[in-house]
Design a binder for this molecule. Structure first.
Ligand code: ARG
Length: 556
């Protein structure tokens, strides 16, 4: 709204749209109008007092039919918007732009790399990886809607000493049949066994050395673990409907790290410390970053430095986002500092987008259930089953339809359950609640959408050339919210906060339901106008949910 208003005002004021938008204020009470424009800043340029300017401009603006009333109060111009005009313009814009409504070309197709999901192979997909996948995906959608070109990279944890240990463990406890049937579970079993036995420490180091040097047996096993793990992870990604532009793990940088180490050395950043090499960041209160161990092994940080440099070469990104849990805050501070010390100007465009923990209903860290590890693919499948039960309670549908709907409902439940919270906060992982069809949940939003679509299906009249005789407060309220959507998307991008869009969707759905309960649509005197409103609501809610990564369904 503010944007539209600024555009309109720029026809009358000696300022551009953006300048006006920055100056517009919300008046202290609604009797003073919808917006207030302060005239102080024009005083110097126009060589008049702010009060005089307000008087003159108010007169001029008054002639615009976009405004109901324009009043001068001291140095302020109070603006009352013309409801009918705004309603018409807003609905027209939504109907014209459809799935593009809310899109902005601010990003001018500049690239944004998003490092996201990034689970570790041969290990269960963690709940933190789930958050990273969901939040990263939504942020990528939002970037795209702001005109950027997002590049989603799944930076698999597929390198490092743990893999030596798994190889050694597999050689002792492995079972090829189990591996191909349930790879992650089997590898996890092996991992648990090896961690109980000291001898695997040494064996693990030996096997990792072999792996680094390209030993045939080691590489073949590692590759097998990796391929199987990816197959398992893909089940999760397909349930969530998330795709990547590149799946490029840490291992990709194995033969590229020497160059990084040489570069650190040549820029005098590397220090020797007890046979190991470190970058000393104490000056910046960031401790020391281990780059190479005394046995020659490289580390997570070494790979991240190498990957960042490589990605900049490849993409010349405008920004690079890392969607990773808050527990790695320190690691990213070190990483960005080292890149800066290496002289890379783009280091300042790297951002760690953190997320908090998922907690149990009783407030403990969500990790175990009765002491057992829970596997993400099981949780997601379970959610789908529960969704099926919910749907069947309500309606008898064909098997195919049930499959389709339960997948979309489960997805909405999980994704919205996460994104409704500000990402940095800890929140509670509660599937039962996420799946509820009432309250602040994904299924409730899908339900509101489906309800709107069903009204539209039932209507026979054409919506063309509707007349507006009267606008009820609940209608006005809904339309004002629809008009806000582009601004909400832009805020979500600036704050890297998908929850702004999630919360907006919920409020929008509530306003719609209030309106719908209070006023008939079909066969009412205002049918055409109300249908236009229902249609616009469904379009905007769909656009908003899509940005979160949630698809809509026509029936529920
Ligand atoms: N694989 C890591 C983990 O599970 C996350 C990687 C995040 N991305 C990065 N560039 N460091 O902890």
């Amino acid at each position: 709204m503010k944007e539209q208003l600024s555009k309109q005002l720029s026809k009358h004021l000696p300022l551009n749209k953006q300048q006006i938008e920055n100056l517009l204020e919300a008046p202290p009470s609604s009797e003073l109008g919808d917006y207030a424009f302060p005239c102080f800043s024009l005083s110097r340029e126009l060589k008049k007092s702010p009060v005089e300017i307000a008087q003159e401009l108010a007169k001029k603006i008054q002639t615009d039919k976009f405004f109901e009333k324009v009043e001068q109060k001291g140095p302020y111009i109070n603006i009352f918007l013309n409801r009918t005009e705004i309603v018409k313009q807003t609905l027209k814009k939504i109907q014209f732009q459809k799935e593009k409504y809310g899109f902005s070309n601010d990003g001018k197709n500049k690239k944004i790399v998003i490092d996201m999901s990034s689970p570790n192979i041969a290990k269960p997909f963690g709940i933190g990886h789930l958050r990273s996948t969901i939040i990263g995906n939504s942020i990528a959608n939002i970037c795209k809607f702001q005109g950027y070109k997002p590049i989603k990279i799944n930076y698999l944890g597929d390198w490092g000493t743990p893999f030596g240990k798994i190889i050694a463990g597999y050689l002792e406890f492995g079972n090829p049949k189990k591996l191909s049937a349930e790879p992650i579970k089997h590898l996890y079993e092996i991992y648990v066994k090896t961690s109980k036995n000291e001898k695997f420490e040494e064996l693990g180091r030996e096997w990792f050395k072999k792996l680094e040097l390209g030993d045939k047996e080691a590489v073949a096993l590692w590759k097998k673990f990796k391929d199987f793990s990816i197959k398992d992870f893909n089940k999760i990604y397909s349930l969530l409907n998330v795709q990547f532009d590149a799946v490029l793990g840490e291992s990709y940088y194995n033969d590229k790290m020497e160059k990084t180490i040489r570069e650190l050395k040549s820029k005098n950043l590397l220090e020797e410390s007890q046979g190991a090499f470190v970058v000393n960041l104490e000056k910046y209160n960031l401790g020391v970053a281990l780059i190479k161990k005394s046995d020659g092994a490289t580390l997570y940080a070494t790979r991240d430095i190498t990957a960042a440099i490589d990605r900049y070469k490849k993409y010349k990104f405008e920004k690079m986002f890392y969607e990773v849990g808050a527990e790695q805050k320190y690691h990213f501070k070190q990483l960005f500092k080292i890149l800066e010390l290496l002289g890379y100007k783009w280091a300042k465009n790297c951002v760690h987008i953190d997320h908090g923990l998922y907690l149990d209903k009783d407030g403990k860290k969500f990790a175990t259930r009765k002491g057992k590890t829970i596997f993400m693919e099981d949780i997601l499948e379970e959610t789908k089953e529960l969704a099926k039960q919910e749907i069947e309670k309500r309606e008898k549908v064909s098997k195919i339809e049930l499959e389709k709907r339960s997948l979309v409902v489960a997805r909405a439940a999980i994704i919205y359950g996460d994104l409704k919270n500000y990402r940095s906060n800890d929140s509670v992982f509660d599937i039962q609640h996420f799946l509820s069809f009432e309250g602040n949940t994904g299924p409730y939003l899908l339900y509101s959408y489906a309800r709107a679509r069903s009204i539209l299906r039932k209507s026979k009249s054409s919506r063309k050339n509707y007349q507006i005789d009267k606008i009820e407060d609940l209608e006005k309220n809904l339309i004002m919210q629809l008009a806000q959507f582009p601004e909400i998307v832009s805020q979500a991008y600036k704050n890297l906060s998908p929850n702004l869009i999630a919360n907006y969707s919920f409020q929008l759905a509530q306003s719609f339901n209030e309106f719908y309960h209070a006023f008939p649509v079909l066969n009412s005197e205002q049918e055409s106008f109300r249908l236009e409103l229902v249609s616009s609501f469904s379009q905007v809610l769909k656009n908003a949910l899509n940005l979160l990564g949630i698809q809509t369904i026509e029936n529920m």
